[in-house]
Design a protein around this ligand. Structure first.
Ligand code: FE2
Length: 395
């Protein structure tokens, strides 16, 4: 697993790997009940339904999004898991994929050679629909699938996804460069008579009853970011080396919780997008014994929305627990943990500490600690509202 000292030209800048993870763009989980997953993600949490993949008359994948990406959270039917991935799923790997956007298609292609030379298990190199993104998938030491992708379909003002008739140039195993621009594909589809406005658009059945910052929405909050993903791993040191030395994530912070070393990793300015925890901690936290997924993170736009979201979600039947120690969400002051349908947690929060040019997190002693009784308002901190804001309207 040792990195070589070779440097790679990535857009004219020399990096130790031929790619750079820019952001956590989406993740997907295996589910056995896609209807239940859609109700939770779409009806309850407010992700927009963007597509359903049907095979032999049965839905096998539900895609949802909180922004303009075609998907940021997807549910894939566990019955479609095959081979080694099926074995990992049966061993508790509920993560179908954790997916990082890179800057160019070239980075995806070059990552293939990089991982192949380092004997990393490569799951696939190709291009999938829906979503249209080009992707390389590798497996981490515990079987969690990590994706590096380029070119996610963007959904615009009319909320229509790309029609299936315009799914051109799907690629199963490998591709050459260069590839045509998406606009070239769009023009080709148009010239062949495809109605580009015929793609899926979700029905909006819930009433718009909640005033959120001056706009009437269907719930009193808006999800504006996904992540972090927290994983239980069999060997924290081994996984840390995989995610830092091979994938290029940076270690922001490590903490010791009840004698266990836990590691928090980042790919951008957010304090962390991945957390690694030893499996021994799982039982001590009272979490489902068979799953390697501790939590998926979901950020809402403001602290007020976070408070309102908790009350709303409790009414919708989600159960919150308060047994997750503060040190297990460094960089997040006020967090709420709801129990998801498969035993993993949904970590709701409103803001994450931003890491600056010197790569150093705020000293733990200088962090705001959540009070037992959440106050009505918070004092601002230097990185309040400093991260990338959601583009476009809230609803
Ligand atoms: Fe993906």
């Amino acid at each position: 697993m040792n990195s070589t000292s070779r440097m790679y030209d990535v857009g004219g800048v020399l990096l130790p790997r031929p790619f750079k993870a820019r952001r956590l763009g989406h993740f997907a989980l295996w589910h056995t009940d896609l209807d239940m997953a859609r109700r939770l993600y779409v009806d309850v949490l407010g992700f927009r339904h963007t597509d359903t993949v049907v095979r032999d008359g049965k839905p096998v994948a539900v895609f949802t999004s909180h922004g303009t990406d075609h998907h940021s959270l997807a549910a894939i039917h566990a019955a479609t898991a095959e081979g080694v991935r099926k074995a990992h799923y049966e061993n508790g790997v509920l993560v179908n994929q954790i997916s990082f956007q890179v800057g160019t298609l070239e980075e995806v292609a070059n990552a293939y050679d990089y991982f192949a030379q380092r004997q990393v298990t490569i799951s696939r190199l190709g291009r999938d629909f829906p979503g249209s993104n080009w992707a390389l998938y590798v497996l981490d030491p515990d079987g969690h699938r990590i994706e590096f992708y380029y070119g996610m379909e963007q959904i615009g003002w009319d909320r229509r996804s790309k029609p299936a008739a315009a799914y051109v140039r799907a690629v199963r195993d490998g591709f050459t460069l260069p590839q045509p621009a998406e606009m070239t594909e769009i023009m080709t589809s148009e010239e062949s008579g495809i109605d580009l406005a015929s793609g899926f658009r979700p029905s909006e059945e819930l009433p718009y009853d909640y005033c959120v910052g001056g706009v009437m929405l269907q719930r009193p909050f808006k999800v504006t970011k996904i992540g972090p993903v927290h994983l239980f791993v069999s060997d924290v040191g081994q996984s840390e080396r995989f995610y830092t030395e091979l994938l290029g994530l940076a270690q922001t912070e490590e903490v010791v919780c009840r004698g266990h070393r836990c590691v928090f990793l980042r790919c951008g300015a957010d304090h962390h997008c991945v957390g690694l925890f030893p499996v021994a901690l799982r039982a001590e936290l009272g979490l489902k014994p068979s799953s390697t997924l501790m939590s998926i993170g979901v950020a809402v736009a403001t602290y007020t929305q976070l408070r309102d979201a908790i009350a709303f979600l409790e009414k919708k039947g989600l159960r919150f627990i308060d047994t997750i120690p503060f040190e297990l969400h460094p960089g997040i002051d006020y967090a709420a943990h709801a129990i998801g349908p498969d035993g993993h947690l949904i970590e709701l929060y409103h803001a994450m500490e931003q890491i600056g040019w010197d790569g150093r997190p705020r000293p733990a002693a200088q962090r705001r600690r959540a009070q037992a009784q959440w106050p009505q308002t918070l004092e601002a901190v230097p990185d309040t509202y400093a991260d990338q804001t959601l583009q476009g309207p809230l609803g």
